[in-house]
Design a protein around this ligand. Structure first.
Ligand SMILES: O=C(O)c1ccccc1N[C@@H]1O[C@H](COP(=O)(O)O)[C@@H](O)[C@H]1O
Length: 202
């Protein structure tokens, strides 16, 4: 069954809605973004998340010290490397990880082979920030990627996620903008997105 991650959470009621609706993962953004959270804020939000739901921290070119400190203080399960981090750097940090590849063309997809991270997340190249643009990329570029490691992001919403799952068959789908109204998370959209993903499987 395809797993679901709700990313860019900033408010307790949105974390609770995601958990209650059956999210498999929640994401907190520590990178430059309008969705950025402070460590203390994320720590409070993380306390609302049960153990079976993965807590993922999104970073862009953070230092090893920043990563280690945030991972520990917030009790994260995974680091999402959303910048230009090298495979050597990620290996040196040594924390459970997801490498993000921004997909312009098939060469970007092939870069996945150079990373020994637990998961590889394919996203649309960022516009204002490194991610969270709400734009879709060409899913057909992912045809050759083994699904076990693959997370699909970029412009997903309740209208297109079933088609995305049918075409790509990812391990997990990841949404941020698609569950927002006026740039703020919306509980109804969060629940609808999770329900839609789960319906696709039943
Ligand atoms: O959400 C952000 O603001 C953000 C900032 C910097 C790096 C990554 C960010 N978000 C990630 O973007 C993707 C997809 O988002 P969307 O659904 O297209 O809005 C997701 O992986 C977020 O973790």
């Amino acid at each position: 069954m395809t797993k679901v991650k709700i990313c860019g959470l900033m408010e307790p009621e949105h974390v609770q809605a995601a958990v209650e609706a059956g999210a498999d993962a929640v994401g907190f953004v520590f990178a430059p973004s309008r969705r950025r959270v402070a460590i203390a804020q994320a720590k409070e939000l993380a306390q609302l998340v049960p153990d079976h739901v993965m807590k993922i921290g999104v970073f862009v070119d953070a230092t090893q010290a920043e990563l280690e400190q945030t991972f520990r203080k917030v009790s994260l399960d995974y680091i999402q490397y959303h910048g230009g981090e090298s495979a050597e750097f990620i290996e040196k940090v040594g924390l459970p990880s997801i490498k993000v590849l921004s997909v312009h063309d098939s060469e970007d997809v092939e870069k996945a082979n150079g990373y020994e991270t637990e998961y590889v997340l394919f996203d649309t190249p960022g516009i204002e920030f490194r991610g969270g643009s709400g734009e879709v990329f060409d899913w057909s570029l992912l045809k050759e990627v083994p699904v076990e490691r693959m997370i699909l992001a970029g412009g997903l919403n309740s209208q297109n996620v079933k088609e995305a799952i049918r075409q790509v068959r990812p391990f997990m789908v990841d949404v941020s903008s698609g569950v927002e109204i006026d740039r703020r998370k919306d509980e109804t959209l969060i629940r609808e997105f999770i329900r839609t993903v789960k319906e696709e499987e039943s």
